[in-house]
Write a protein that binds this ligand. Structure first.
Ligand code: RP5
Length: 175
C-alpha cells in the first residue's frame, strides 16, 4: 500500500521532478504517482486529496509550476502534511512557482521545497523523515544516506588536497 502520494500538475512536470520518484524508489518507500491538475481537472484533484487517507497515504507531495496552486488546493482538502515542489518556468524562472506555493495564507500550511532538481529530491527526503517518526527502518536508511553524502565530500576534499585546485578544476571542467 502506498505511503506517499506524488501528484503532478502536468505530465510536463514529470521529467523535471524525476529525482523525487528515484529517491523514494532508492529508499524502497511505497508510493503512488498521479497526474491531476488543480485547474484542468479540479474534481479529480479533489477526489485524490479527499480519499488519500483512505488509501493509506501519510504524506502528499504536490508538484506544479507557474500559478502552482495545486499544493495549496490539496492542503485545503486534507489534513495530511503536504509538501510542495515548485517547477521552474520559462517566464519566471521558478520564482513564480516558489512564491505561489510558499506564500500560503495563515491556516493552511504547505512545506515548500526549492525549485530545480533539489526540490524533488528534498521533497522525497522530507517525506521519508516524516514517515520515519513511525518507522525506525526509514531513519536508519536516512542515516546511511547522509553518511554517504558526507563521505563523498570528504573524498573530494582529500582529492583537492592531493592534486591542487588547478588540476581539480580542470578535471571538473573536463579539460
Ligand atoms: C501547471 O502548469 C503544471 O504544473 C505545469 O508546471 C504548468 C504547465 O503545464 P502544461 O501546460 O505543460 O501541461 O499546471
Amino acid at each position: 500500500m502506498p505511503e506517499v502520494s506524488i501528484i503532478f500538475g502536468s505530465d510536463s512536470d514529470l521529467p523535471k521532478a524525476r529525482g523525487c520518484l528515484d529517491t523514494l524508489q532508492d529508499f524502497e518507500i511505497p508510493f503512488e504517482v498521479i497526474i491531476s491538475s488543480a485547474h484542468r481537472t479540479p474534481d479529480e484533484t479533489h477526489k485524490w486529496a479527499k480519499t488519500a487517507e483512505e488509501r493509506g497515504i501519510k504524506v502528499i507531495i504536490a508538484i506544479a509550476g507557474g500559478a502552482a496552486h495545486l499544493p495549496g488546493v490539496i492542503a485545503s482538502i486534507t489534513t495530511l502534511p503536504v509538501i510542495g515542489v515548485p517547477i521552474a518556468t520559462n517566464i519566471g524562472g521558478g520564482i513564480d512557482s516558489i512564491l505561489s506555493i510558499l506564500q500560503m495564507p495563515s491556516g493552511i500550511p504547505v512545506a515548500t521545497m526549492p525549485a530545480g532538481k533539489a526540490g524533488g529530491v528534498n521533497a522525497a527526503l522530507f517525506a521519508i523523515q516524516i514517515l520515519g517518526l513511525q518507522n525506525p527502518d526509514y531513519i536508519r536508511k536516512m542515516s546511511t544516506y547522509r553518511a554517504q553524502l558526507a563521505s563523498k565530500v570528504i573524498e573530494k576534499n582529500n582529492k583537492l588536497s592531493s592534486i591542487g585546485y588547478t588540476e581539480y578544476i580542470d578535471n571538473l571542467e573536463g579539460k
